[in-house]
Design a protein. Structure first.
Length: 310
Protein backbone atom coordinates (compact mmCIF):
# COMPACT_ATOMS: atom_id res chain seq x y z
CA UNK A 1 0.00 0.00 0.00
CA UNK A 2 1.41 3.39 -1.00
CA UNK A 3 1.40 5.51 2.17
CA UNK A 4 2.03 8.90 0.59
CA UNK A 5 -0.57 11.54 1.42
CA UNK A 6 -1.50 12.01 -2.28
CA UNK A 7 -2.31 8.30 -2.66
CA UNK A 8 -4.68 8.03 0.32
CA UNK A 9 -8.04 6.45 -0.61
CA UNK A 10 -11.29 8.16 0.38
CA UNK A 11 -11.94 7.96 4.12
CA UNK A 12 -8.31 7.35 5.07
CA UNK A 13 -6.02 10.09 6.42
CA UNK A 14 -2.74 8.21 6.68
CA UNK A 15 -1.12 4.81 7.06
CA UNK A 16 1.71 4.20 9.53
CA UNK A 17 4.26 1.41 9.16
CA UNK A 18 5.56 0.77 12.70
CA UNK A 19 9.27 0.91 13.33
CA UNK A 20 10.71 -2.30 14.76
CA UNK A 21 13.23 -2.77 17.56
CA UNK A 22 14.87 -6.15 18.15
CA UNK A 23 15.44 -6.56 21.88
CA UNK A 24 17.23 -9.89 21.58
CA UNK A 25 16.12 -13.47 22.20
CA UNK A 26 13.71 -13.04 19.26
CA UNK A 27 11.67 -10.40 21.11
CA UNK A 28 10.63 -7.58 18.78
CA UNK A 29 8.65 -4.43 19.59
CA UNK A 30 6.82 -2.56 16.81
CA UNK A 31 5.93 1.06 17.60
CA UNK A 32 3.01 2.58 15.68
CA UNK A 33 2.54 5.68 17.89
CA UNK A 34 4.09 8.15 18.15
CA UNK A 35 5.39 8.30 14.57
CA UNK A 36 6.46 10.93 12.06
CA UNK A 37 3.15 10.44 10.24
CA UNK A 38 0.93 10.65 13.32
CA UNK A 39 1.63 11.63 16.92
CA UNK A 40 -1.75 10.78 18.49
CA UNK A 41 -5.15 9.28 17.72
CA UNK A 42 -7.71 10.70 20.14
CA UNK A 43 -6.07 10.35 23.58
CA UNK A 44 -3.77 7.50 22.44
CA UNK A 45 -0.20 8.81 22.49
CA UNK A 46 1.67 5.49 22.42
CA UNK A 47 0.95 2.12 20.79
CA UNK A 48 3.41 -0.79 20.89
CA UNK A 49 3.04 -4.33 19.63
CA UNK A 50 5.00 -6.75 21.84
CA UNK A 51 5.97 -9.95 20.02
CA UNK A 52 4.76 -12.44 19.03
CA UNK A 53 7.65 -14.35 20.49
CA UNK A 54 8.12 -17.86 21.83
CA UNK A 55 10.14 -17.56 25.03
CA UNK A 56 12.41 -20.47 25.89
CA UNK A 57 12.08 -22.10 29.29
CA UNK A 58 13.93 -20.02 31.88
CA UNK A 59 13.55 -16.82 29.82
CA UNK A 60 10.97 -14.07 30.14
CA UNK A 61 10.07 -10.40 30.02
CA UNK A 62 11.72 -8.22 32.67
CA UNK A 63 10.72 -4.56 32.55
CA UNK A 64 12.22 -3.22 35.78
CA UNK A 65 10.41 -0.60 37.90
CA UNK A 66 10.02 2.70 36.05
CA UNK A 67 7.84 5.81 36.57
CA UNK A 68 4.90 7.38 34.71
CA UNK A 69 2.95 10.64 34.99
CA UNK A 70 -0.02 12.13 33.11
CA UNK A 71 -1.26 8.98 31.41
CA UNK A 72 -2.99 5.63 31.78
CA UNK A 73 -1.19 2.48 30.65
CA UNK A 74 -3.38 -0.10 28.93
CA UNK A 75 -1.98 -3.64 28.75
CA UNK A 76 -3.82 -6.22 26.63
CA UNK A 77 -2.51 -9.66 25.66
CA UNK A 78 -3.41 -12.09 22.90
CA UNK A 79 -1.13 -14.82 24.27
CA UNK A 80 0.98 -15.37 27.37
CA UNK A 81 1.07 -13.84 30.83
CA UNK A 82 2.69 -10.83 32.51
CA UNK A 83 2.86 -10.02 36.22
CA UNK A 84 2.19 -6.36 37.06
CA UNK A 85 3.49 -4.81 40.30
CA UNK A 86 3.20 -1.13 41.21
CA UNK A 87 3.96 1.40 43.93
CA UNK A 88 0.35 1.22 45.19
CA UNK A 89 1.04 -2.38 46.22
CA UNK A 90 -0.92 -3.92 43.34
CA UNK A 91 0.20 -7.39 42.27
CA UNK A 92 -1.83 -8.63 39.30
CA UNK A 93 -1.15 -11.22 36.59
CA UNK A 94 -2.68 -10.43 33.21
CA UNK A 95 -3.61 -13.09 30.68
CA UNK A 96 -5.07 -13.12 27.18
CA UNK A 97 -8.27 -11.10 26.77
CA UNK A 98 -8.00 -9.36 30.16
CA UNK A 99 -7.37 -5.67 30.87
CA UNK A 100 -4.84 -4.01 33.15
CA UNK A 101 -5.62 -0.28 33.37
CA UNK A 102 -3.13 1.78 35.40
CA UNK A 103 -3.77 5.50 35.89
CA UNK A 104 -0.47 7.24 36.60
CA UNK A 105 -1.89 10.70 37.35
CA UNK A 106 0.60 12.64 39.46
CA UNK A 107 2.97 9.67 39.53
CA UNK A 108 3.25 5.90 39.81
CA UNK A 109 5.99 3.28 39.43
CA UNK A 110 5.49 -0.24 38.10
CA UNK A 111 7.27 -3.32 36.79
CA UNK A 112 6.17 -5.93 34.25
CA UNK A 113 7.72 -9.38 34.37
CA UNK A 114 7.04 -12.93 33.26
CA UNK A 115 5.72 -14.83 36.33
CA UNK A 116 7.91 -17.61 37.74
CA UNK A 117 5.76 -20.52 36.58
CA UNK A 118 5.37 -19.17 33.04
CA UNK A 119 9.10 -18.36 32.93
CA UNK A 120 10.03 -21.90 33.84
CA UNK A 121 7.71 -23.43 31.25
CA UNK A 122 8.40 -20.96 28.43
CA UNK A 123 5.76 -20.15 25.86
CA UNK A 124 4.32 -17.55 23.54
CA UNK A 125 3.96 -13.86 24.45
CA UNK A 126 2.00 -11.47 22.26
CA UNK A 127 0.17 -8.26 23.11
CA UNK A 128 -0.30 -4.52 22.90
CA UNK A 129 0.91 -1.84 25.29
CA UNK A 130 -0.91 1.48 24.80
CA UNK A 131 -0.81 4.80 26.63
CA UNK A 132 -3.81 7.08 26.95
CA UNK A 133 -3.07 10.72 27.78
CA UNK A 134 -5.17 12.14 30.61
CA UNK A 135 -7.15 15.37 30.08
CA UNK A 136 -5.50 18.40 31.66
CA UNK A 137 -8.07 18.42 34.47
CA UNK A 138 -7.00 14.86 35.45
CA UNK A 139 -3.25 14.90 34.80
CA UNK A 140 -2.52 15.24 38.53
CA UNK A 141 -5.16 12.78 39.78
CA UNK A 142 -4.23 10.24 42.43
CA UNK A 143 -2.69 7.14 40.86
CA UNK A 144 -4.91 4.07 40.58
CA UNK A 145 -4.90 0.52 39.22
CA UNK A 146 -7.77 -1.66 38.00
CA UNK A 147 -7.96 -5.15 36.51
CA UNK A 148 -10.92 -6.40 34.47
CA UNK A 149 -11.27 -10.08 33.53
CA UNK A 150 -12.16 -11.18 30.03
CA UNK A 151 -15.73 -11.95 31.11
CA UNK A 152 -16.29 -8.30 32.15
CA UNK A 153 -15.40 -6.84 28.73
CA UNK A 154 -18.57 -6.51 26.62
CA UNK A 155 -18.97 -7.93 23.12
CA UNK A 156 -20.58 -6.30 20.11
CA UNK A 157 -20.73 -6.85 16.38
CA UNK A 158 -22.29 -9.25 13.88
CA UNK A 159 -21.87 -10.18 10.19
CA UNK A 160 -18.92 -12.43 10.99
CA UNK A 161 -17.28 -9.95 13.35
CA UNK A 162 -16.83 -10.03 17.13
CA UNK A 163 -15.56 -6.91 18.90
CA UNK A 164 -14.48 -7.08 22.53
CA UNK A 165 -14.69 -3.56 23.99
CA UNK A 166 -11.62 -3.04 26.15
CA UNK A 167 -12.33 0.51 27.31
CA UNK A 168 -14.51 3.52 26.60
CA UNK A 169 -17.74 3.34 24.59
CA UNK A 170 -18.64 2.16 21.12
CA UNK A 171 -21.96 1.59 19.37
CA UNK A 172 -23.98 2.30 22.51
CA UNK A 173 -21.95 -0.13 24.65
CA UNK A 174 -19.64 0.93 27.50
CA UNK A 175 -16.71 -0.98 29.00
CA UNK A 176 -16.25 -1.12 32.81
CA UNK A 177 -12.87 0.65 33.10
CA UNK A 178 -13.10 4.18 34.52
CA UNK A 179 -11.84 6.55 31.81
CA UNK A 180 -11.70 10.32 31.48
CA UNK A 181 -12.95 11.84 28.24
CA UNK A 182 -14.43 10.41 25.08
CA UNK A 183 -12.55 7.32 23.83
CA UNK A 184 -12.85 3.74 22.63
CA UNK A 185 -10.57 0.70 22.32
CA UNK A 186 -11.67 -2.70 21.01
CA UNK A 187 -10.26 -6.05 19.88
CA UNK A 188 -12.03 -7.08 16.66
CA UNK A 189 -11.87 -10.65 15.32
CA UNK A 190 -13.15 -11.19 11.77
CA UNK A 191 -14.09 -14.59 10.38
CA UNK A 192 -13.23 -15.16 6.69
CA UNK A 193 -15.44 -12.71 4.82
CA UNK A 194 -16.53 -11.06 8.08
CA UNK A 195 -17.34 -7.33 8.12
CA UNK A 196 -17.21 -4.72 10.88
CA UNK A 197 -18.76 -1.27 10.62
CA UNK A 198 -16.84 1.28 12.70
CA UNK A 199 -19.32 3.82 14.13
CA UNK A 200 -18.77 7.52 13.35
CA UNK A 201 -19.52 8.63 16.93
CA UNK A 202 -15.84 9.41 17.62
CA UNK A 203 -13.91 12.10 15.78
CA UNK A 204 -10.54 10.36 15.56
CA UNK A 205 -10.43 6.63 14.73
CA UNK A 206 -7.79 4.13 13.69
CA UNK A 207 -7.32 0.41 13.11
CA UNK A 208 -4.15 -1.58 13.72
CA UNK A 209 -3.92 -4.89 11.85
CA UNK A 210 -2.76 -7.60 14.26
CA UNK A 211 -3.26 -10.69 12.09
CA UNK A 212 -4.30 -11.31 8.48
CA UNK A 213 -5.33 -8.66 5.99
CA UNK A 214 -8.25 -6.24 5.94
CA UNK A 215 -10.06 -4.37 3.20
CA UNK A 216 -11.47 -0.91 3.93
CA UNK A 217 -14.41 0.17 1.82
CA UNK A 218 -15.11 -3.24 0.27
CA UNK A 219 -16.07 -4.20 -2.37
CA UNK A 220 -12.96 -3.15 -4.27
CA UNK A 221 -11.60 -1.61 -1.08
CA UNK A 222 -8.03 -0.74 -0.14
CA UNK A 223 -6.20 -3.69 1.41
CA UNK A 224 -3.93 -3.38 4.44
CA UNK A 225 -1.65 -6.03 5.89
CA UNK A 226 -0.47 -7.13 9.31
CA UNK A 227 1.34 -4.47 11.36
CA UNK A 228 -0.12 -1.47 9.56
CA UNK A 229 -1.92 1.35 11.38
CA UNK A 230 -4.71 2.90 9.33
CA UNK A 231 -6.01 6.31 10.49
CA UNK A 232 -9.48 7.22 9.23
CA UNK A 233 -10.89 10.61 8.26
CA UNK A 234 -13.41 12.15 10.70
CA UNK A 235 -17.00 11.33 9.80
CA UNK A 236 -16.10 8.81 7.09
CA UNK A 237 -18.28 5.71 6.82
CA UNK A 238 -15.85 2.88 7.50
CA UNK A 239 -16.55 -0.80 6.88
CA UNK A 240 -13.65 -3.20 7.45
CA UNK A 241 -13.74 -6.74 6.06
CA UNK A 242 -11.42 -9.73 6.29
CA UNK A 243 -9.44 -10.26 3.09
CA UNK A 244 -8.38 -13.77 2.08
CA UNK A 245 -9.08 -15.43 5.42
CA UNK A 246 -9.63 -14.53 9.06
CA UNK A 247 -8.22 -11.28 10.47
CA UNK A 248 -7.76 -9.49 13.77
CA UNK A 249 -7.43 -5.77 14.42
CA UNK A 250 -7.46 -3.25 17.23
CA UNK A 251 -9.70 -0.21 16.70
CA UNK A 252 -9.25 2.86 18.88
CA UNK A 253 -9.54 6.63 19.16
CA UNK A 254 -11.75 9.33 20.61
CA UNK A 255 -12.10 13.10 20.76
CA UNK A 256 -8.99 15.18 19.97
CA UNK A 257 -7.02 16.04 23.11
CA UNK A 258 -7.48 19.36 24.90
CA UNK A 259 -4.12 20.62 23.67
CA UNK A 260 -0.78 19.10 22.66
CA UNK A 261 1.05 16.55 24.78
CA UNK A 262 4.78 16.30 25.42
CA UNK A 263 6.26 12.81 25.68
CA UNK A 264 9.69 12.29 27.24
CA UNK A 265 10.70 8.73 28.10
CA UNK A 266 7.78 7.38 30.19
CA UNK A 267 6.35 10.79 31.08
CA UNK A 268 3.40 12.46 29.32
CA UNK A 269 2.20 15.97 30.15
CA UNK A 270 0.71 19.13 28.70
CA UNK A 271 3.57 20.98 30.46
CA UNK A 272 7.30 20.68 29.75
CA UNK A 273 7.97 22.08 33.23
CA UNK A 274 6.01 19.19 34.75
CA UNK A 275 8.11 16.70 32.81
CA UNK A 276 11.30 18.35 34.07
CA UNK A 277 9.97 18.01 37.62
CA UNK A 278 9.21 14.31 37.05
CA UNK A 279 12.73 13.75 35.70
CA UNK A 280 14.24 15.36 38.81
CA UNK A 281 11.88 13.41 41.10
CA UNK A 282 12.91 10.07 39.58
CA UNK A 283 16.60 10.92 39.62
CA UNK A 284 16.50 11.92 43.30
CA UNK A 285 14.31 9.03 44.48
CA UNK A 286 11.16 11.01 45.29
CA UNK A 287 8.79 8.56 43.51
CA UNK A 288 7.26 5.81 45.64
CA UNK A 289 8.88 2.38 45.32
CA UNK A 290 7.35 -0.90 44.18
CA UNK A 291 7.09 -3.23 47.22
CA UNK A 292 9.20 -6.35 46.74
CA UNK A 293 11.34 -4.82 43.97
CA UNK A 294 14.93 -3.65 44.44
CA UNK A 295 15.85 -2.92 40.80
CA UNK A 296 14.89 0.16 38.79
CA UNK A 297 15.53 1.73 35.38
CA UNK A 298 17.74 4.82 35.73
CA UNK A 299 16.76 8.10 34.13
CA UNK A 300 18.09 7.83 30.56
CA UNK A 301 20.12 10.42 28.68
CA UNK A 302 18.26 12.61 26.22
CA UNK A 303 16.65 11.80 23.89
CA UNK A 304 15.28 8.67 25.56
CA UNK A 305 13.17 5.82 24.20
CA UNK A 306 9.69 5.47 25.72
CA UNK A 307 9.38 2.31 27.84
CA UNK A 308 12.92 1.15 28.45
CA UNK A 309 12.58 -2.54 27.68
CA UNK A 310 15.48 -4.72 28.85
Amino acid sequence: MNTSAKAMPAGIETVVIPRSTDLGDGFTVRRALPSAQRRMVGPFVFFDQMGPVVLRGGHGLDVRPHPHIGLATVTYLFDGEILHRDSLGSVQPIRAGELNWMTAGRGIVHSERTPAEARAAGGRLFGIQAWVALPQAHEEDEPAFAHHPRSALPLLGDDGAEARLISGSLGGVRAPAVVHGDMFYADVVLKPGGRFRLPVEHVERAAYVVEGRIAVGAPNGSVFATEQLVVFAPGAEIVVSAEGGAARLMVFGGEPMDGPRHLWWNFVSSSTERIEQAKADWQTGRFAQVPGESEFIPLPPSPPRPVDYP
